[in-house]
Ligand binder design. Structure first.
Ligand code: PLP
Length: 393
């Protein structure tokens, strides 16, 4: 007998991947230059030179140790360096024992959710949200509770979170800068959330964790991205180098269980246990060593900033409504009809690949990923114009 829910997950590709696959087929058919693919968040900026230099240096080391297992939580030198960088950058007294290296934020989130929940618990997400949250929450035997963000600011609706917290709630997942809307939560908004969580912990006599999903921390356009452990002690940070260093295929990131929570060491050990139970032996070892050298490397956001201007400017001129993004590399655009799937399907007729918002837990919008070639954005404008006119005819 097979596990039917796992079969269902395997059989149904995510809407983003489905559209991406459609795009690949369509490009083969009519030429890549004729398809305007805004589907996937694969960074278009190359990894910085220091990544290549470090790999070339490391490759000269003894291959037996270079490619050998590290301890499950990661190479102690790397964990120490990550902890030092957290201390220096954010002023948190981070210790190496609280850092657990992971295969990207995906592994970090699956491990963290499994560490701080038991089956039957509830995990709150702010919608629209990254679709895989549901997969990881349900795989842990828990229920996802969706709390809509405030519109049009897309900040966290703190009162609605307070109303959603109950005796089974174990965590709230936040993602700032946000995929899909590009919002960056303000300090004030996060402080209000922290106050609610603290009050609810006291009221319910239960630990409430904040899981901060941070693949886009460095991809911002001038807004402050507060470090959440300094605002709410019971925070688990899931960081990734997929976007900040343009290394999504290399699968590297870390979990940082904040030293500021009173049971920090115990939670950290539980994270290690959850990683073990899920079959993570150690994060890719060569890449652990690479990121150790890149901890202070700034992200090259100039190309994304320029794309953001170009796309937002072009769509505004055509009369589209969208959320002005403060971070990440996505534009959240109002669909021209209620049914986002129907709008995305119509856009395909103009060779525009736009991800419908249904997959992010809300209707009526599409997500455009602008980590793509500038030329694609430039050439897509007549298609956006024709798409809009098709609704006016
Ligand atoms: N969380 C969010 C919000 C993302 O957008 C992504 C990837 O796009 C992930 C997590 C997973 O990232 P990683 O490649 O580090 O597993």
């Amino acid at each position: 007998m097979i596990n039917e829910s796992m079969y269902a997950l395997g059989a149904a590709p995510s809407a983003i991947r489905e559209l991406f696959a459609y795009g690949l087929a369509r490009k083969a058919e009519i030429g890549a230059e004729n398809v305007f693919d805004f589907s996937i968040g694969n960074p278009s900026v190359p990894a910085p030179a220091i990544v290549r230099e470090t790999i070339l240096e490391l490759i000269e080391e003894d291959p037996v140790t270079l490619h050998g297992y590290s301890p499950a939580a990661g190479d102690p030198r790397v964990r120490q360096a990550v902890a030092d960088s957290i201390r220096e950058r954010f002023g948190v007294p981070a210790q190496a024992s609280q850092v657990y290296m992971t295969a990207g934020a995906a592994a970090g989130l699956a491990i963290s959710i499994s560490a701080i929940t038991v089956p039957g618990d509830e995990v709150i997400v702010i919608s629209p949200y990254f679709p895989e949250y549901r997969t990881w929450i349900e795989a842990a035997g828990c229920c996802i509770v969706e709390v809509p963000a405030q519109v049009p600011s897309f900040q966290i609706d703190v009162d609605a979170v307070a109303a959603a917290i109950g005796p089974k709630t174990s965590a709230v997942i936040v993602n700032s800068p946000n995929n899909p809307v590009g919002a960056v939560y303000t300090r004030e908004n996060l402080e209000a959330l922290a106050a609610v969580l603290t009050a609810k912990e006291a009221e319910l006599g239960r630990e409430l964790y904040l899981i901060s999903d941070e693949p886009y921390r460095e991809i911002t356009y001038g807004k402050e991205v507060p470090y959440i452990p300094t605002i709410y002690p019971r925070t688990i940070v899931c960081y990734s180098y997929s976007k900040s260093l343009s290394l999504p295929g290399e699968r590297i990131g870390y979990i940082y269980v904040s030293d500021l929570m009173e049971n920090a060491a115990r939670v950290s050990t539980t994270v290690a246990g959850a990683g073990r139970a899920l079959g993570y032996v150690c994060a890719p070892v060569l890449l652990q060593r690479v990121v150790q050298k890149c901890l202070y490397e700034p992200s090259d956001v100039a190309a994304y900033a320029a794309n953001r201007e170009l796309l937002a400017g072009g769509l505004a001129e055509l009369g589209y409504e969208f959320v002005e993004p403060d971070g990440a590399f996505y534009l959240w655009v109002k669909a021209l009809e209620e049914d986002a799937q129907a709008f995305s399907d119509r856009a395909k007729q103009f060779e525009l690949l736009l991800v419908p918002s249904n997959s992010f837990g809300v209707g009526g919008w599409v997500r455009l990923s602008y980590c793509i070639a500038r030329e694609t954005i430039e050439k897509s404008m007549p298609a956006f114009k024709a798409l809009k006119e098709s609704y006016e005819a």
